[in-house]
Design a protein around this ligand. Structure first.
Ligand SMILES: NC(=O)c1ccc[n+]([C@@H]2O[C@H](COP(=O)([O-])OP(=O)(O)OC[C@H]3O[C@@H](n4cnc5c(N)ncnc54)[C@H](OP(=O)(O)O)[C@@H]3O)[C@@H](O)[C@H]2O)c1
Length: 289
């Protein structure tokens, strides 16, 4: 047991510790922040919208959480480093970083400019790398820290209209694996959560609301993601797949049979649904396509 604690980073939650949660102004991140706050310790929320951060912060504080926020746009150059610096100055430390901010415009790859596509890469892959880099020095000095990255099944499942998002989220998995392997012996660990479709909060639920559709049985409640983040830290888990049923097996099967994802998307109607959503968002996009 003692050896595991030395290698891992189970001491990053609770009194005297500080967690930084990105994408905590709305969606799944608010639930992750709430779940981490339940362990005690201080939670710093971040996102772009000061008004949303203020609202979430007040709600969590009213429920007894020790919480503050710093607004930042993670697609802006230098923003990740400034954010980490601000939190470290204010709190003296960052013990846990949850790279949750992310998302996808869900528009056709070719119809977006290359800059729009690269912003998706910046938010979902480059920003987590930048923030991890910015917090790692302090974590290594203290000999303790944990970084949790939020990835997605999009690439594995060939989910429609997610080319760059899928590249970023798969990139995050490789990044986390090597980070974990290199720094765990020095007390800093890393975990990645690979999410399927999530209901109750976040972009998936918004898409359902937008289209008037109901959540399918394949969607997992957002609260499960929040609990999985704490579980990943406490048990120092390398990778968790958040899907109904045997998620890790599903992911392995999708890798073994790359044609399976597109077939499932056709059979389950995901392609048709995504086309409808695309048309709702950009009515002219399919004209003549
Ligand atoms: N929901 C799902 O079904 C699902 C499935 C697979 C993976 N995921 C992943 O889970 C994570 C959370 O997703 P979600 O569904 O909760 O998304 P969401 O509801 O759209 O929330 C995204 C969060 O990221 C922040 N954000 C967006 N752009 C930002 C920027 N440029 N700089 C800083 N913060 C920014 C947003 O805050 P502001 O707007 O205030 O900046 C918000 O707090 C993401 O990494 C997503 O890819 C979600």
């Amino acid at each position: 047991m003692a050896a595991t604690r030395q290698l891992g980073s189970s001491d990053v939650l609770g009194m005297g510790r500080t967690a930084l949660v990105t994408g905590a102004s709305r969606g799944i991140g608010t639930l992750i922040a709430r779940e981490i706050a339940k362990e005690g310790g201080h939670v710093v929320l971040t996102g772009r919208s000061t008004a949303d951060l203020q609202a979430v912060s007040s709600e969590l504080a009213a429920a007894g959480a020790d919480v503050s926020f710093v607004a930042a746009d993670l697609t802006q150059p230098g923003s990740a480093e400034r954010l980490a610096g601000t939190v470290e100055r204010q709190r003296g430390r960052i013990d846990l970083l949850v790279n949750n901010a992310g998302g996808d415009p869900l528009r056709e790859f070719h119809s977006m400019t290359i800059d729009e596509n690269l912003r998706t890469l910046q938010l979902n892959l480059v920003a987590p790398v930048e923030l991890s880099h910015a917090v790692l020095g302090g974590m290594l000095r203290r000999g303790r820290g944990h970084i949790v990255n939020i990835s997605a099944m999009a690439g594995r499942a060939s989910f429609p209209y997610t080319e760059v998002y899928a590249a970023a989220k798969d990139g995050v998995i490789g990044f986390t694996r090597v980070l974990r392997s290199d720094y765990r012996p020095r007390g800093v660990s890393a975990s990645v959560l690979i999410l399927g479709a999530i209901r109750g909060a976040g972009q998936g639920q918004r898409m359902l609301d937008e289209s008037g559709m109901k959540a399918s049985g394949f969607m997992v409640p957002a609260e499960s993601v929040a609990r999985a983040v704490v579980n990943a830290v406490q048990k120092d888990r390398a990778e968790l797949v958040i899907m109904p049923g045997p998620g890790r097996l599903m992911r392995a099967i999708m890798d073994y049979f790359p044609g399976l994802g597109p077939a499932v998307n056709r059979a389950t109607g995901a392609n048709a649904t995504m086309q409808e959503i695309l048309q709702l968002r950009q009515p002219t996009a399919h004209a003549g396509a």
